[in-house]
Design a protein around this ligand. Structure first.
Ligand SMILES: [Zn+2]
Length: 343
């Protein structure tokens, strides 16, 4: 049986690579720790998030962020036979030829302090997808664990990201931030890289039905997240995860649902046991889908729940690939960008 390619819109593997590189002295930790699980799972594209704990002072956070950017570049260079960095739509050709596409994404802009022009630096460094917040409120926007929507500085940041063709990720956004960003998105590319559905499990990290409809209206995609925190801590199994897929498909349509694994168990040794706000146990995982090597079993579970070959291909990767093709084609070069004037 040939299985459709997997596109996973969220993973914090760079945190582990940074730890292995700097603390353990490993030369090529991506090869030893992630290549085989990704390949066994049939992963075609893996998003690699730049996640900086928001409580770090911005100057320290920015140094951490640059450390993760460097580690990402190192992983790409050291494994160039088997992976390709996705900066432009043409880079997806190498994915079609069998290489694993790695996409550099930003999870939260707290480390920008109050400098939206840093968006241009990150775009220059290859970031092609960005969210404004983790759960916190920062200078730009409110996250789902805080009050508030987009600030005046946040409007500048969104406009700069859009001018550079960076895809806007509304994972972790507050409901107001979600609405404020959607109102400014125009023909920019928008998604929620990793979350569940609030109607299935009521959690502020999960999206509402109205948000699912807004995503569909803008040809966006929800990456359904495979972590007990948002799936259902009382029933952290694959069937419950597929309840979220079912609901998202029912509300947004089969063309607007994808995957955002957010596997954490693999990296607990590098980052510690819980999220900074104490809420998310990093060593928790969905039974039967604990890492990328188990995506094929998840595909089989989708089939048992009635998803035919075409529907499985759409959810497992086709929809996110469509979004990436569009989003990467919108990425502008520094010289062509119109937003390069520093305010
Ligand atoms: Zn996250």
């Amino acid at each position: 049986v040939t299985r459709p390619p997997i596109v996973d819109a969220h993973c914090d593997l760079l945190l582990e690579l940074a730890h292995a590189t700097h603390e353990l002295g490993e030369a090529n930790p991506f090869a030893g720790r992630w290549m085989e699980p990704l390949a066994r799972g049939g992963v075609a594209v893996q998003a690699c998030a730049l996640y900086i704990r928001p409580e770090l002072p911005a100057d320290r956070g920015l140094r951490e962020l640059l450390r993760l950017v460097e580690v990402f570049g190192r992983a790409v260079r050291a494994n160039g036979e088997r992976v390709v960095e996705l900066r432009a739509a043409e880079d997806l050709d190498a994915v079609a030829d069998g290489r694993i596409g790695l996409l550099l994404t930003l999870e939260g802009a707290a480390s920008f302090g109050s400098d939206p022009w840093l968006a241009d630096v990150l775009a220059d460094l290859g970031v092609r997808m960005a969210s404004l917040t983790w759960n916190e409120a920062n200078a730009f926007a409110g996250g789902c664990g805080a009050a508030g929507g987009l600030t005046a500085l946040g409007e500048q940041l969104v406009d700069r990201l859009l001018a550079r063709g960076v895809m806007l990720d509304l994972a972790h956004a507050s409901d107001r931030t979600f609405a404020d960003v959607v109102a400014r998105i125009g023909d920019g590319t928008v998604l929620v890289s990793h979350a569940g559905c609030r109607a299935v499990y009521d959690h502020p990290r999960n999206v509402t039905d109205a948000q699912l409809r807004a995503l569909a209206e803008h040809d966006g995609v929800l990456g359904v997240m495979a972590h007990p925190l948002v799936v259902d801590p009382a029933r952290p199994d694959v069937e419950r995860l597929i309840d979220h897929v079912d609901h998202a498909v029912e509300i947004a349509g089969i063309d607007h649902v994808g995957l955002g694994g957010d596997f954490m168990r693999q990296i607990v040794h590098a980052v510690g046991g819980r999220s900074p706000d104490g809420e998310m146990p990093y060593d928790a995982a969905i039974e039967g889908l604990e890492g990328p090597e188990q995506w094929p079993a998840f595909a089989d579970a989708l089939a048992r729940r009635g998803y035919d070959a075409e529907a499985r291909a759409a959810v497992l990767g086709g929809n996110m690939l469509r979004l990436l093709r569009r989003g990467l084609a919108q990425a502008t070069t520094p010289t062509a960008a119109t937003s390069s004037t520093i305010r």
